[in-house]
Write a protein that binds this ligand. Structure first.
Ligand SMILES: [Zn+2]
Ligand SMILES: [Zn+2]
Length: 316
């Protein structure tokens, strides 16, 4: 099973600005020696040796994660603005010929998690089946609403694919072939739900838009049980520790909470996700560095910590 990231920005799309790109270029040029740039190989080696914030970006589109099971099923978790690029990539599969099925699970219906759906090209192709899942009473009415006049030029009813909805109960298990998908309620304005995907002995947990505080230990305990032995744990690490205090009840967490849950649950890999749009790449790399120090303090050196970015692909 693999996981691929198509959108990782929290709350609103937040691309790198020209000034940010220029600043990265300036830093690299100032630091490079003649030896570093003498040929193609040495340039690649130099770039590989630099911190991620100088040569890449955590910024861009909002939440959209693809889980690629060995079964070949198409599983998508949230369809924020990253859903546009994912839809285009899927045009090279049976979904591009009107012969495919996509299963799209929604954590909740905030804009940053649904606004890529009207740009998801496979939904326009007759013959495709798009199965939408979510634990929300507003699921069925919300998708036509975001495409209603005058918000979008195409109405939901004009989509070519057969789009169906399945309103899930809390804790309801979904089976797709051999895949088992479960959900868990999270604390977030208007509520959000985490999902886990299990295929054989591999497990991925997608837990975003979730706030935890130590006044509610029951919630933390449930999250730990839900993440038990996950190979990949994608977690809302939107805030620094200071921002989790000043933005209490905004519904987001920090890398420290992610490490605490991952450690108690025996998770192998923690992916920082739903990055705060006002933070630059340097700041997000600093949050990861603080996480690396913290995991040592809690005695969990084996935990792998990865900053989510568009295009990142992980093997379970
Ligand atoms: Zn969000
Ligand atoms: Zn939200």
């Amino acid at each position: 099973m693999k996981v691929k990231f198509w959108g990782v920005s929290g709350s609103i799309a937040s691309p790198c600005t020209s000034q940010m790109i220029r600043s990265k270029a300036e830093t690299l040029l100032l630091d490079a020696s003649n030896e570093d740039i003498k040929d193609e190989d040495s340039i690649q080696k130099f770039l590989d040796s630099r911190p991620f914030h100088q040569v890449g970006t955590y910024k861009g589109s909002t939440s959209c994660v693809q889980v690629i099971p060995d079964s070949g099923d198409t599983l998508i978790f949230d369809c924020g603005t990253g859903g546009r690029a994912l839809g285009l990539a899927l045009m090279g599969t049976p979904l591009g010929r009107g012969q495919g099925t996509a299963h799209v699970f929604f954590t909740h219906l905030h804009w940053d998690h649904i606004s890529g759906f009207p740009f998801f090209t496979p939904a326009y192709i007759p013959g495709n089946k798009i199965n939408i899942y979510g634990v929300s009473e507003s699921l069925i009415e919300s998708f036509p609403k975001q495409m209603a006049y005058p918000f979008f030029p195409v109405l939901f009813d004009q989509l070519g694919a057969d789009v169906s909805f399945r309103e899930l109960e809390e804790k309801e298990v979904v089976n797709i072939g051999e895949l088992v998908i479960e959900n868990e309620r999270l604390y977030h304005p208007q509520v959000s739900h985490a999902y886990s995907v299990v295929e054989g002995d591999k497990k991925v947990v997608y837990m975003t838009d979730s706030e935890f505080n130590f006044a509610n230990m029951e919630l933390i305990q449930k999250a730990i049980e839900f993440c038990k032995d996950a190979d990949v744990f994608i977690f809302d690490c939107q805030f620094t520790f200071a921002d989790t205090i000043s933005k209490m009840d905004w519904g987001h967490s920090s890398v420290f909470t992610g490490i605490d849950i991952a450690t108690a649950a025996g998770v192998k890999k923690l992916v920082l996700f739903h990055h705060e749009p006002s933070y630059d790449d340097n700041k997000i790399d600093k949050i990861i560095e603080e996480g690396l120090i913290y995991k040592g303090k809690v005695g969990n050196e084996s935990l792998e910590i990865v900053g989510g970015y568009e295009g990142l692909e992980l093997e379970c």
